[in-house]
Design a binder for this molecule. Structure first.
Ligand code: CP
Ligand code: NVA
Length: 324
């Protein structure tokens, strides 16, 4: 006889805790970051000693890429396998996302089959719409507005090398883009300062960058001269002049940004033990000189590796909560 009811619930059980998403840096509290960063250090130590750590056995992560990636893909994919789970990789071109299936429908379907979703896309509103219709946590793997996983890795890297970031000064040299916005959100939450220098017309949008809609002078100061932004900084950081999605502006940006190249002269006015970071990919001779990114103050390779460790802690936290 054909059964009429398999006894499998078709909806989320009543009383299930609300799903948490990680769509921007301000989605977590300072206390949660304290836990996550410590957990990432624990998970990294296990990785370095070849100790198995499979807290997400049999869980599945869907990764949706609407823009190119090297680090984000490898770090999420390797990280999920190391945690005992598996991944599904989708792009606009090889899924129905590229054939105008509504985001809401994609979210409803994908989130019935996997435990976590990571999305790299264009407007922040797209990831918000997906999250609003997802049964499972959604992680921002970069949008036009934010790149929270990268800043999480950068802060972890700073702490590894120099101790607490609270009270320290970060110099941002370049575009008022997704990375700059996320640094500012982090500064407000974790109590450090960001000196920002952008060319005219490429300033940070404070409404996006601030958690409260208004950036605080304690955490944010603008400089027209990039050298002055670097003076006394504990960390100097930059990013490409042209982010993904803005390629049509490339030639105009090359003109506008020519003085916003991190140089040895800029590093020399920062603290003597200042670090240099870049989320990568980098263009030597554009936003940074080769002697800086390949020099002794640069920690860009640690930064890239740490993406994986912090994201393993993040995925674990979103699915299992605090474990230690
Ligand atoms: N930093 C970063 O997100 O790199 P990818 O674009 O290679 O993922
Ligand atoms: N701001 C850059 C970061 C790349 C990781 C971009 O959005 O293309």
């Amino acid at each position: 006889m054909i059964p009429v009811n398999f006894g499998i619930p078709s909806t989320i059980p009543k009383g299930a805790p609300p799903v948490r998403h990680y769509l921007q840096f301000s989605d977590f509290t300072a206390d949660e970051y304290g836990y996550l960063l410590a957990r990432a250090a624990f998970i990294k130590a296990k990785f370095k000693t070849f100790t198995r750590h499979q807290s997400l056995l049999d869980r599945t992560l869907a990764m949706i890429f609407e823009k190119a990636s090297t680090r984000t893909r490898v770090s999420f994919e390797a990280g999920m396998y190391q945690l005992g789970g598996s991944v599904v990789h989708l792009t606009t071109g090889d899924s129905q996302l590229g054939r105008a299936e509504p985001i809401e429908d994609s979210a409803r379907v994908i989130s019935r089959m996997v435990d976590l979703v990571m999305i790299r896309t264009f407007e922040q509103t797209k990831i918000e719409r997906f999250a609003a219709h997802s049964r499972v946590p959604v992680i921002n793997g970069l949008t036009n507005e934010f790149h929270p996983c990268q800043i999480l890795a950068d802060i972890f890297t700073f702490i590894e090398h120099r101790g607490p970031i609270q009270g320290k000064t970060v110099a941002w040299v370049g575009d008022g883009n997704n990375m700059a916005n996320t640094w500012l959100q982090a500064a407000e939450l974790l109590d450090f300062k960001v000196n920002v220098s952008t060319p005219s017309g490429y300033e940070v949008n404070e409404k996006i960058a601030s958690n409260s809609g208004k950036t605080s002078a304690n955490n944010y100061q603008t400089y027209s001269n990039p050298l002055e932004a670097c003076r006394g900084a504990d960390l100097v950081t930059t990013d490409v002049w042209t982010s993904m999605g803005y390629e049509a502006e490339n030639e105009v940006r090359k003109q506008a940004f020519s003085a916003w190249r991190v140089s040895a002269e800029m590093m020399a006015v920062a603290q003597p033990n200042a670090l240099f970071m870049h989320c990568l990919p980098a263009h030597r001779g554009e936003e940074v000189d080769a002697d800086v990114i390949d020099g002794p103050q640069s920690v860009v390779w640690d930064e890239a590796e740490n993406r994986m460790h912090v994201q393993k802690a993040l995925m674990e936290y979103l699915l299992l909560g605090r474990l230690s």
